[in-house]
Design a binder for this molecule. Structure first.
Ligand code: AMP
Length: 172
């Protein structure tokens, strides 16, 4: 299936010079949604990776992470921007082009030794996914791999990530 045809390009959003890759048009397409979820599942299973938990990164990792978790009979855990999670959290700070940002996860979200897959809609520079991997490390869980619908290959984000399988469905 041509997933690229289902992803909408919005030039100059959220600022001039950025082409925003909008996955909402893929998710609303019933065949596209099924294909994306099943392809992730197949690729992870082919690599013998079966998670206990799917960790989704705010906010577009929330849009399909729980569906993938359901397919694996796994749980879903959100990683959020600062100040959004109500209970005690672990935080990891990471660098942006200008300044820094933070990701947070509930301290009790993942049992020690659990097997985890991290998902988000898109990998650009890889900073957000790398920081999320550090959170997983912090709580003593095992990172099995990453899943992104879209990879912006020119930015080389995957080079930043730990050496586990990185599944991406569409590359630009
Ligand atoms: P990064 O940490 O640079 O890999 O940025 C990844 C995060 O930024 C993801 O959560 C994406 O949703 C978002 N993002 C970055 N660039 C784009 C883009 N061109 N289109 C859509 N989302 C983007």
């Amino acid at each position: 299936m041509d997933l690229k045809a289902l992803i909408r390009d919005i030039p100059d959003f959220p600022k001039p010079g950025i082409v925003f890759r909008d996955i909402t048009t893929l998710l609303r397409d019933r065949e596209g949604l099924r294909y994306a979820i099943e392809t992730f599942e197949t690729k992870f299973r082919d690599a013998n990776l079966t998670p206990d938990y799917v960790v989704g990164i705010e906010s577009r990792g929330f849009l399909f992470g729980p569906t993938l978790a359901y397919q694996f009979n796994a749980g879903f855990v959100p990683v959020r921007k600062p100040g959004k999670l109500p209970a005690a959290v672990h935080s990891v700070e990471y660098d942006l082009e200008y300044g820094t940002d933070k990701v947070e996860m509930h301290q009790d979200a993942l049992p020690q030794g659990s097997n985890v897959i991290i998902v988000d809609d898109l990998i650009a520079t890889g900073g957000t996914a790398q920081a999320t991997a550090e959170l997983i490390n912090k709580v003593g869980s095992q990172l099995l791999g990453f899943g992104f619908i879209v990879e912006l290959t020119e930015l080389g984000g995957r080079e930043k990530l730990p050496h586990v399988p990185i599944i991406t469905l569409v590359q630009y």
